[in-house]
Write a protein that binds this ligand. Sequence first.
Ligand code: C2E
Ligand code: MG
Ligand code: MG
Length: 592
Amino acid sequence: MRRAVIENEEARLNALRDLHLLDTPPSESFDRITRLASRLFNSTVSAVSLTDSDRQWFKSRVGVELAEIPRSEAPCAYALTSDEVFVVSDMREDPRFKDGILAQAGIRFYAGAPLITREGYGLGTLCVIDDKPRDFTREDREALADLAAMVMSQVELQNALGCIDSTSGQANENQLFQDLEDLAKRAPGETRTALLVEFASLSQVNHGQRVLGATYTAFIRQGTERIRCLLGDLRVYHVGPARCVVVLGEVGPEEWRKIVDDLVKGLRITITCAAIPLTPQPVFGVYAFQVDAVAPRDVLRRLFNAADDARGSGEQAATYNVGQDLAHQRRFQLLNEIGPALEHPDELRLVYQPRVELRQGRCVGAEALLRWRHPTLGDVPPAEFIPLVDDTAFTGPVTDWVLDNAIRQRALWSKAANLRRVSINVSARNLEDAHFTERLAAVLERHGVTPGAIELEFTESVMLTRSTRILNEVAALRELGVVMSIDDFGTGYSCLSYLQRLPIDLIKIDRSFVSQLVTNTYDQKLVRALITMAHDLGYDVVAEGVETRETYDILVYWGCDEAQGYFISHPLPPGEMQPWVYPQKVAPSQAS
Ligand code: C2E
Ligand code: MG
Ligand code: MG
C-alpha cells in the first residue's frame, strides 16, 4: 500500500533532528541490518543513509570509509519523495548521475529503500551500491523494503525506549547504556575516560524545585545546554536532574583536567530563573575504564560515586576510588539486610557487660550491647551498623528488637537481688518517635518488669538537637520511672547549663577520657572535675572503659559511683553472666 510522503522539507528536517540520530556513534542494532543487506545482495557498499539539509550522513555503513557525502550527489535524495525502492541500474547510463562523484568513483549500481516515519516523513534510505551494473528484481526490491522497515522499527524502538530526556532534550541514560554496549563491541580492549558533570548538588536541586517549582527546569535545561555547547561535538547524556555524562577518548589526567577547567569556567556564568540568579556549582566524577570490561550500569554508578566523593570532600573533581565504592556498597548491603536480620534468630543477639558499684565492687547492672553475625560478612561491629541504622527508618524496629530481648532477659534475672538495672542504648531518633514511651511501657508490662529495672542510655547528640519533642519524651520516660543516663559524656559539645535542665539520673563518662587516666594528667583533671560537677548537679557518675586495676583504684579514690570496662569484664552472653548476676562473693578484679 502506498503511503503519503510529506514533502515539507522544514518539517521533515525537524522530524529527523528530533530523533537525535544525526552524528551519533555507530550502533550495533543498525549495523546488524546493513551487514545483512550486504550479504543478501552481495553488494560492495550498504548503508543507512540519513538525509540532512545538505548531506547524506551514514548512521551505519559497510564497505565505505566516508561518513557522509554531499546531498546533491546522492541518489538517496530521489528515494525520499516516494515510498518505493529507487533503483539506478547503471549510473553511467543515467543522465542524472553519470557525471556525479559516485559514477566518477566507479559506482555503477544503486538501490535505495526509503526510511519513512509513521507520520510520513522521509528520513533517508537503506541503500545498496555496487561497482558493476545490476538488475534488481521485484523480490530484491521487496527484500530491501523489508530491511528498511526493520531499520524503521529500530528507530521507533529507540524512541519508544525513551532515549531522550524530556526536560533537556539530550540523550539520557538508556542511550548512554546502548552506546557503551556498542562501544564495547566496536573497540574491545580499548580504554575510555568518562566524565560526569554535576552542576548542582541534589540538595540544591531539591531546594530549587521546592522554591521555584516547575520553573526550576529552566535552570536544568540551560545548564545541560551549556555543557553541550562547551563540549562541542561530544555527545552529552543527561543522566540525573543536574548531572551529565560525556565519554572522552583515551585521555590522561592532564587532558581531562583541562576539560574540567574549561567546563568550570564556562559554567560559572549565572543563569536567571524566574528572576532569581542561580550559579551552577559543578563537581566532576572521572572514571577510566576498559570498554568491554565494565558493565554500562557500573560505569554510571562509579561515576556517581566519584562525583559524590568530589562533592563530599570539597574537591572540584574526584576519580573513581574502589575502596570508597566498596565501603559504600558494604554500607548499602548492611542497610538492606538489617531488616531481614531482625527476623532471623541466628543473626542478632545481645551480650551484657557487667557494671559495678565502686564502693563495694558489687555488680549492680548490665549494659545490653547488640551483636550482628552477618551470614556472609561475619561479625559486624555495632559502631559500624548502628550509625547507619540511626539515619533510617530501621532505627525504630532495631531498638524495638533490643528492648524486647533485653527486657525479657531482665525478667529472667528478676531473682537477682543486687542487679538494679539492665541498661539499653537508644538513639535520638527513637526519642523523636511520639509513641516510644507507650511502646516501652507495653513491653515492660508484657514481660512483667518494672520501669525502674531499666535504664536508657542516650548520647549527648540528643541534647544538641534541643528539640522540645525529644526533651518531652525524655521527661515522659523518666516520669514512667525509667532511669535515664547520658552515654559517652564529654564527646559532644553540650552546654553545662543545659545539662542541668535535663531530666536525667546519671552520666557515663566516655571511655576515651578513662582509658589513659593513669598517665594522662589532662584526662585526670577532666575526669575529676566531671565527677565533682555531676555530683554537685545531683547525678550519679559511671566511668566507661576501665581497663586496669590502677584506673579502677583512682576512680574509687575520686568517689566515682560505678564503672564498666574490660578490667571488670568484657561483654558476655547471658549464659555467662551467672557469676555476676548471682555472685557468690564480690570480685570486681576477676578479669585482671
Ligand atoms: P557504648 O554504649 O558506649 O558501649 C560501650 C562500648 O564500649 C561497647 O562497644 C563495649 O564493648 C566497649 N567497651 C566496654 N568496656 C571497654 C573497655 O574497657 N575498653 C574499650 N576499649 N572498650 C570497652 P560495642 O559493644 O562495640 O558498642 C559500641 C557502641 O555501639 C555502643 O557504645 C553504643 O553506642 C552502640 N550500641 C551497641 N549496642 C547498641 C544497641 O543495642 N542500640 C543502640 N542504639 N546502640 C548500640
Ligand atoms: Mg552505652
Ligand atoms: Mg559509651
